[in-house]
Design a protein around this ligand. Sequence first.
Ligand SMILES: [Zn+2]
Length: 380
Amino acid sequence: MKKSILIAGIALLSILPAAAQKLVEGEIKGVTPQSTYMPTFKSDGSKKAPVNVILMIGDGTGLGQITAGYYANGGALTVMNLKHIGFVTTSSATSYTTDSAASGTAFATGQKTYNGAVGMDKDKQPIPNLPEMLAPLGIVSGVVSTDDMDGATPASFYAHQPNRNRSSQIWADLIKSHLIFFAAGTKEEFEQLSDATRTGIREQFTVVDNLADPALKTASRIGYLPPKSETTYLTEGRGDFLPVSTQYAIDFLQQHRNGKKGFFLMVEGARIDKCSHKNDFAGTVMEMLDFDKAIEAAIRFADKDGQTLVVISADHETGGLTLAGGAPEKGDLSGRFATKGHTPSPVPIFAYGPHAQDFTGVLGNDEVARRIEKLLTKKK
Ligand SMILES: [Zn+2]
């Protein structure tokens, strides 16, 4: 996001008559539109099984968040150019309003579980995630997130813990993980882990805090953990960590594929959710636009490659966000949040590439992972 964007992040609290919910209003002004990408659609909807799958999860990204990004950007987003579209229901095994751990686990394993669970089923037994299911077939995997690496969504793709709050145990699960690439926060958090956990992770991964590190040239497994200032909110100066890491991950996984075997990559735009929790409308819009840049990198690769499926969805909606006016032609937009928590509203799913048609209609969040697994394990 350019500095020229003037952010009016003042949240106005407007209290409605008794018995109604407090609505929190926010606005963003003078957004300079970023470019978007129109796909070629050559591979879109083809019946050949995809070799690679990129799963992109906008945390807390419902229709309100996507639409806010779309209008703030002058009526354009790369994701809004896609043609295979559906809805995902996000309820967990125990609650119709999920948390990111239960939904992340559903997206990672194909099974619904209780809120708070990371890679564990309803009976607190570990269940295999996609990287674990795909590794025996020679398919390599990676994870990119603007959250910390022990955040519920990235953790669901490598860890098995009964509760998302078990931070040090989640980090330690990286040692046994099947990932060959991860990029997330933070260097500081990594340095505070126990000696045994840090040593264990370093034995498995080349751990760096910047992508110019010469050690990366010969690395076969990478852990990219930049300082907090580079993975924090865009409103606090994050920069282009998400699109750059997404591109790096794609290139690395493509180079380190086993012959004709493919790769699986999960990319999370984590701070859309965090901004919506804070009812920060301007922050939500900026994070959405940044997530769309990462989506563009994935779709451009899918076009070049021709055998990559990109699936874009969300683990749940956050904030009950709706748009409430503004002047989109000037990049001015305002919105209203109905809650500081998650909502059970279905979230959109977009797909592009071979078998994108398998991700239309209304799907459960667990069904998405099962379909990805089926496609990647299909005989080519
Ligand atoms: Zn959340």
